[in-house]
Design a protein. Structure first.
Length: 201
């Protein structure tokens, strides 16, 4: 994997998704559904460029299970039933039920199958796409700014900008500008990419 895992726990979701999953399991377990990713508007970068990293992140996501301490926490929530907690103990998102591919400059992501197994993808997909998109956007802006302000072609890595909002050129002697530090915070004003995950049928 070229990128460290973005999702490291199945609890990195909205609480209502867990509650909805219980309702689906108890009352609509036979439902099938298809969900798809939709980007509203025109992103500054083509989302198709994210497809390789997204697929790697989905591979990792589908290896995750609820840990014992996470299940113990969920069991303290009075509206979650004991049988549902036991279901979560063996639950894992199924990689075969979700696909991600490039179609021109568009990113096409679909999850199709039993609704109890595909409804949980949405928050994770949106979080992963958002993270990957803005990493590329910030790194591209930092590279451009570094070349303009310092004449240096070096660029920050994902770990550089995620751990701090400023990046110091590793080869300051090679820079022709007056400063070898590039502020990444300026990129926070970059155009946003509003996205959503919709139930298509």
């Amino acid at each position: 994997m070229n990128h460290s895992p973005i999702i490291t726990s199945l609890l990195q979701t909205d609480a209502y998704k867990v509650s909805m999953l219980q309702v689906m399991l108890h009352h609509m377990a036979g439902n099938s559904a298809e969900y798809r990713f939709v980007c509203r508007g025109r992103p500054a970068l083509a989302l198709a460029a994210l497809v390789h990293d997204l697929n790697e992140q989905l591979d990792h996501l589908c290896t995750l299970r609820y840990a014992d301490d996470e299940l113990a926490y969920l069991a303290t929530l009075r509206w979650l039933k004991p049988d549902f907690i036991e279901f979560l103990r063996i639950f894992r998102l199924q990689r075969r039920l979700i696909t991600a591919r490039a179609e021109g400059e568009q990113l096409v992501v679909k999850a199709k199958g039993p609704q109890v197994h595909v409804m949980g993808f949405d928050i994770f997909v949106l979080a992963i796409v958002n993270q990957l998109y803005f990493e590329r956007l910030v790194r591209g802006a930092a590279r451009e700014q570094a070349q303009v302000t310092t004449g240096c072609a070096s660029m920050p890595t994902a770990s550089d900008w995620s751990s701090a909002m400023a990046w110091t050129c590793p080869r300051p002697s090679a820079c022709t500008g007056t400063s070898a530090t590039v502020c990444l915070r300026a990129s926070a004003s970059a155009p946003t990419s509003p996205t959503t995950w919709v139930l298509s049928r």
